[in-house]
Design a protein around this ligand. Sequence first.
Ligand code: PXL
Length: 276
Amino acid sequence: MTYPKILTVQDISCVGQCSLTVALPIISACGVETCVLPSAVLSTHTGGFSGCTFRDLTEDMPAIKDHWKKENISFQAIYTGYLGSAKQIEYVAELFNEVAAPGCLKVVDPAMADNGKLYTGFDAAFVEAMKGLCSKADYLFPNLTEACLLTDTEYNPDYDRAYIDAILNKLTAMGCKNVIFTGVSYAPGKTGVVVLENGECSYYEHDKLPNSCHGTGDIFASAFVGALVRGKSAFDAAKIAADYTVECIKVTAKMENHWYGAAFEPVLGKLIGMLA
Ligand code: PXL
């Protein structure tokens, strides 16, 4: 039996239901061995809390990689999320070259921006470095803001299909093989995911919920990666991940004062069921 092992590289936000505290349980629940490389440790995420601590782990990354090489450890997939600095992007590119098993899926979530704005702490130099990493991605997960930044496109939340198609063309011209474009809405009250896989474009639409939660990009990407590594097509993985994320948002909406993230835990059973 082949038992795939994946590596995910992103921060640990100790409180806040995002990045590694989301990726590790969700991908594990998908039945996939999940190895981690924490890029930084923060007391909370940066989306709504103020004054969080930030321990940068950039300088630990090369030694961790070198030890894995010495132990002949390699990964069937490498999934990167929130990275703390441009230097880390360089080290992730080294991981892609040095600890990828043959056929390794390189999945990049350029987690750096939303709603037309960069997250706190990122700048134009980081965006430039991220462009280089995205060009190596087998699967890229941008939201609209990130896709615009990566392709030097003016951010326009009032878009049409031609605008999205033009961005997709620019992303593939950069070298991204497959693109999972999240949060794309073509009709009022609806939103969805555009999946560009092997040059073919498809769209999975679902209802747009009135509430939104921080960290849903990480929930979606983690469920997608788990489903993909379990052998689903990109479209089926996107459908499972979108349905799961919607369930998480619905559960969270019923909770009082749960503003900092989406409660993905109560619906992990449903995700496992979707993969059965
Ligand atoms: O969910 C993306 C994310 C991950 N990690 C940290 C963040 C954010 C978004 O704000 O602040 C530390």
